[in-house]
Design a protein around this ligand. Structure first.
Ligand code: ADP
Ligand code: ZN
Ligand code: MG
Length: 643
């Protein structure tokens, strides 16, 4: 429908897919451990306190009592240790008592104050014990040391926890990349695990080849793409495909999610990027996979959402790292996004992510393949028919289909069966459909019919009019806001457009609109995007290229200056009239083509309803069968354009 390369907007992701290390689930264990540690520490501390102060088996008496006892001659010895006094009595039990004096005065002085005479005092054996003992050190240092020990322990404990779990509070700066080792067969994914996506796999085969045998390419001086960006709706298998490239090539796969780069402190993202690249370079040949790169790679300076320094720094660092690659670095950066429309153009420049691989939602045949992949380890009953399931699931992504097979298995297990039946799978379709992530882009039967005729209209008009571009591929699998799309290949990379080719292009763009009108006697909102294309072609023809008979060879430029138009009201009115004249001219051409070839239109539409995606070869067979000669295919150019 609309000529758009937009992918599905950010529908919630169903399956992370990313090879995440077991994260976060340590949460409960962590708090548990933490609490028990604190308890142990508290116990230790109270034990210390008890140790220090808890020796008070001897009775403690006041200093005045000490003086009285000395006067009475019942004290045989006093040991002074700092301010502590240990008294030994003359009684048979040699009772011990303790007391304290103040630190400013000596014992004799204190006792003198209480009236103890030197003679009386002389009877007592006075020993001075330096405070060098264990108690002194402990008494003075413990209050200092215990908090320090506690802190050190706490820190050690936290860092230890962090290392094991996903909590990165203390590892900022370090690379958070998760690595999948090529020798880890349990985690290894190959192209055989990725069903469908033929074109994408073909393109990526080259990268695999390079990573397997970089020397062959480097020796001949080939520059290998540094960056490949995978674009496609959520769940179409981007992450899976990236892992498969690593698996096929047998190289380490470092995976980071761009959203993780920006999650914590300013500056962390950039340093993480640096670390990740460093690690990957050491392991070269290797793959760095940046998932959801739109999280950092949004176009800068649009003002939407405000400036975000962290994001920009991270993005800049990625660019710097990629620019800094030596030609023989052997590190390939892959990135995935479902929002290629918001990416910063700087990311897509040559030498960066200059390879783009689009992954479409699977068509019927692909869906069958994907179902088969996910049925591999599941016992299917004899009545299951995956073709039927594939037919009933237009609009499902690979992740949805994986989910569907899983739901089927769950249903069977819940009913204590050992095989999955067709009925389980049919019920699972609904479950996936009506699940929390309801798919809005699923076409109803009627919508599917309308979309099929719409796209057939584009394709037919394109094929019939001599100056329009030949059709490359038609699909009614929705893409972005469009219900379907028709890809056309221009014969050559056109620089010069003729007036005739403009008119035929407009007619082809109106083909969908006219087909809907002719077949259903009604217009949907579907052709909305087509119409703006048509009008802008017409405006350009009139205002920029001087292709209007009425206005003649004038060029006003189509950009509007501030306020005033560079032409008079009169000219403006003439231009509007001329634009609508050209549009209706194109519309008549489209209508005529559709009238003349109604049989072909029906045939194309029916085929689309049946198989959803028709490639060029099959399409041309349909044309021939309906008496239309397909355009010559030889001189194709590379750029497919959607309409
Ligand atoms: P994306 O990264 O595009 O959102 P993922 O690669 O995470 O999608 O895909 C999620 C899951 O869906 C995969 O782990 C896989 O089980 C399944 N899946 C998606 N596409 C395919 C496919 N083409 N073939 C097989 N399984 C697929
Ligand atoms: Zn259209
Ligand atoms: Mg993904």
């Amino acid at each position: 429908m609309a000529p758009t390369t937009k992918q599905k907007s950010p529908a919630p992701k169903k399956q992370g897919g990313a090879p995440k290390a077991p994260q976060k689930k340590k949460g409960a264990g962590f708090t548990g451990n933490f609490i028990s540690t604190i308890l142990v520490l508290l116990l230790m501390m109270s034990a210390f306190t008890f140790f220090i102060t808890g020796h008070k088996d001897p009775e403690e008496i006041a200093i005045s009592q000490v003086a009285a006892d000395v006067k009475a001659g019942t004290v045989s010895a006093i040991v002074v240790s700092g301010n502590d006094l240990s008294l030994t009595y003359t009684d048979d039990a040699k009772t011990e008592k303790v007391s304290r004096k103040d630190s400013a005065t000596s014992l004799p002085e204190v006792l003198a104050v209480y009236g103890v005479t030197p003679q009386e005092l002389a009877k007592v054996e006075i020993g001075i014990q330096g405070e060098s003992g264990f108690r002194f050190w402990f008494g003075t240092l413990a209050p200092l040391l215990i908090p320090i020990i506690f802190l050190v322990f706490l820190f050690w404990f936290l860092t230890r926890q962090v290392r094991g779990s996903g909590m990165q509070a203390f590892t900022f700066g370090q690379s958070k990349a998760r690595m999948i080792d090529p020798t880890d067969t349990a985690q290894r994914v190959t192209f055989a695990d990725v069903a469908g996506a033929r074109e994408a796999k073909e393109e990526l085969l080259e990268i695999v080849d390079f990573l397997k045998n970089p020397k062959k390419f480097l020796d001949i001086g080939a520059r290998i793409p540094k960056g490949i960006i995978l674009m496609g709706s959520p769940g179409t298998g981007k992450t899976l495909l990236a892992r498969a490239v690593a698996g096929e090539a047998g190289v380490p796969f470092f995976s980071v999610s761009a959203s993780e780069f920006v999650e914590m402190f300013v500056g962390v993202g950039a340093s993480r990027v640096r670390d990740t690249f460093q690690v990957a370079k050491k392991a070269a040949p290797s793959i760095i996979f940046v998932d959801e790169i739109d999280a950092v790679g949004r176009a800068r300076g649009t003002g939407v959402g405000g400036g975000n320094d962290e994001r920009e720094q991270t993005l800049n660092q990625i660019l710097v790292e990629m620019d800094g690659f030596e030609p023989n670095e052997k590190v390939v950066v892959m990135a995935a996004t479902n929002r290629p429309d918001v990416l910063d153009p700087a990311l897509l420049r040559p030498g960066r992510f200059d390879r783009r691989v689009t992954i479409d939602l699977p068509d019927r045949r692909d869906r069958e393949e994907i179902l088969k992949v996910h049925a591999r380890k599941k016992p299917l009953g004899p009545d299951t028919n995956l073709i039927v399931i594939a037919e009933r699931t237009p609009g499902f992504s690979g992740a949805d289909l994986a989910n569907l097979m899983n739901e089927g298995a769950i249903l069977a297990a819940r009913e204590n069966r050992t095989e999955i039946t067709q009925y389980d799978l049919i019920r699972s379709i609904e479950k996936v459909l009506l699940g929390p992530e309801r798919r809005s882009h699923l076409l109803s039967k009627k919508e599917k019919e309308i979309t099929a005729y719409h796209e057939a209209g584009h394709a037919l008009v394109s094929s019939v009019l001599p100056h329009a571009d030949p059709v490359h591929k038609i699909s009614i699998i929705s893409r972005g806001s469009a219900g379907g799309y028709t890809m056309k290949l221009p014969f050559e990379d056109k620089r010069l457009h003729s007036k005739k080719s403009f008119i035929d292009d407009m007619a082809a763009a109106l083909g969908g609109y006219v087909a809907e009108e002719e077949i259903f006697g009604d217009i949907t909102t579907g052709p909305h995007g087509d119409l703006s294309v048509v009008v802008s072609i017409a405006r350009d023809m009139v205002a920029r290229y001087g292709m209007s008979d009425m206005l003649g060879p004038v060029a006003f430029g189509s950009e509007r200056a501030f306020g005033a138009e560079p032409y008079s009201q009169d000219v403006a009115a003439k231009m509007d009239a001329e634009v609508s004249r050209l549009v209706s001219l194109a519309k008549d051409k489209a209508r005529e083509a559709i009238h003349t070839h109604r049989g072909a239109l029906d045939a194309i539409a029916l085929k689309l309803i049946e198989v959803e995606t028709v490639e060029r070869e099959d399409f041309e067979k349909l044309l021939v069968a309906n008496g239309i000669t397909p355009k010559k295919a030889e001189e194709q150019a590379a750029v497919p354009k959607a309409a």
